[in-house]
Write a protein that binds this ligand. Structure first.
Ligand SMILES: [Zn+2]
Length: 459
């Protein structure tokens, strides 16, 4: 209900311009002939004691050795202690934890668990990820200033999105600091994005620092990502609001509210999560617990919209039928702050066909009749390794799975999908750049589908 927040940085601007200017250093090592820097904004944040943090944002214009022009964004952060009492800056340990939290993307590397204990499922998931993603890869994940950002062309990126009215991006890494997610998103040509707002594998995580919040706002402003429109964070897999155990349910709700509060601190208006698992308890009661938790979370927060993701599974998993989502919405008191995200892979695996025009229209008509497009707040763009109605959550790269290009062509030409975040959660494969080359290609291919006739396949 409430209006979006004021940017936290605005009242604190330019408090330590001298400090920030002194901290500025060359931000690129890319092969360039000319680099022009312009200080766009200076942000300073005062900590609870006497530390002062300063972040300086630079807009870089450069010319590559091939004569191509591009614009880049670099954010420099410094911490200066006036009187050393308490350091406000996030510690190295915390950085590691936050970095870990950003590895991997949503459901793309795990199977939806349909049986019993959610903790067990998470442990299994963590183990699987640990073997899948060795430390060496983790180190290579963060995109540093002066790297790919020097290649970005934000004007072209936004022109493409605005023309199509489709805002496409990926679930992207926030390793090394939450603002890196925006920089990574820009690197792949993304105008929408998903991220984890904290370590998704732990119940507690250090608070997002004021400096990180300021940098996130500065990066978002410079890259023209509006956190209220283009960002759809993904909730932790640990959270099961349907858990019948009172203690575990309270723990899940606490984590849920913590994540929602972090979104609000970052000025983010949407938050996507998996509705939950019944853990083999009666379904009506499980849905009742989800509704109760959402109502409490609404009361504990101000403006963020809670977005229910549709699911692939059946049995204990809640949300694979559109009716589940409707039932939850019906029980939520503040209907202005509840929404739905359609995951194309989950939709298809749950038995809703979108492969042909007739099938697509029938599925969307059913969604309209049961849930209603007025609740649609986002799309997860994934092809499916599993067949129609197999109830398996197996993401595949766009056009390479059982859905195929036609389903995505229909989606990309559907005005009901206009102006909402559309987020890839496709497998990064063996790409050495943390999936960036894959996402960059998939985003370009999806835009190619706009305005094309039936049967078109992108290059
Ligand atoms: Zn998803």
């Amino acid at each position: 209900m409430s209006s979006p927040p004021q940017r936290r940085t605005s009242s604190r601007l330019a408090k330590s311009a001298t400090l920030a200017t002194a901290a500025a250093k060359p931000a690129t090592k890319a092969p360039v002939r000319a680099v022009k820097r312009r200080k766009v904004e200076t942000v300073s944040v005062e900590g609870p004691e006497t530390s002062v943090e300063a972040a300086m944002v630079e807009e870089i214009t450069l010319t590559t050795s091939k004569g191509r022009k591009g614009k880049g964004v670099a954010v420099k952060k410094t911490t200066k202690t006036v009187k050393t009492v308490k350091k406000v800056a996030i510690s190295e340990k915390d950085k590691d934890e936050e970095g870990a939290s950003a590895e991997g993307s949503c459901c793309s590397s795990h199977d939806e668990e349909d049986d019993g204990e959610d903790e067990k499922a998470t442990a299994k998931l963590s183990k699987k990820r640990a073997t899948k993603e060795p430390k060496a890869k983790k180190k290579a994940a963060p995109k540093k200033k002066g790297g790919p950002l020097t290649e970005l062309k934000t004007d072209d990126m936004w022109a493409r999105a605005n023309q199509a009215k489709k805002f496409i991006g990926a679930h992207i890494s926030a390793a090394g600091g939450i603002w890196n997610a925006i920089e990574n998103s820009v690197d792949i040509g993304g105008t929408a994005m998903a991220l984890f707002v904290r370590n998704q594998r732990k119940w507690t995580s250090p608070p997002t620092s004021e400096a990180d919040i300021a940098q996130f706002a500065a990066s978002a402003a410079l890259s023209k990502h509006d956190p209220r429109v283009h960002v759809l964070p993904h909730g932790s897999y640990l959270i099961n609001l349907a858990n019948p155990d009172a203690e575990k349910n309270a723990q899940a709700l606490e984590a849920f509210i913590d994540e929602l509060s972090r979104c609000e601190a970052l000025g983010i208006s949407l938050y996507n999560f998996h509705p939950g698992s019944t853990l083999k308890e009666p379904r009506d009661e499980a849905i009742g617990r989800i509704i109760a938790a959402i109502n409490k979370a609404h009361a504990a927060t101000k403006f963020v919209t809670i977005v229910l993701e549709n699911m692939a599974g059946q049995g204990n998993i809640i949300g694979s039928a559109f009716e589940d989502l409707r039932e939850i919405i019906d029980g939520v008191t503040d209907k202005t702050r509840i929404g739905v995200c359609i995951d194309t892979c989950h939709t298809f695996a749950a038995g809703y066909d979108i492969r042909t025009k007739a099938a697509y229209e029938a599925t969307m008509l059913e969604f309209e009749n049961v849930v209603g497009f007025k609740y649609l707040r986002g799309i997860h763009l994934n092809d499916s390794k599993a067949g129609l109605g197999e109830h398996k959550d197996r993401h595949e790269n766009i056009g390479k799975g059982e859905i195929g290009w036609e389903g995505f062509r229909l989606l990309m030409n559907d005005p009901r999908m206009d102006n909402i975040p559309m987020v890839l959660e496709t497998p990064p494969g063996d790409s050495p750049d943390n999936g960036h080359s894959v996402y960059r290609m998939e985003i370009a291919q999806l835009y190619e589908l706009v305005g094309k006739e039936e049967g078109f396949v992108p290059s």
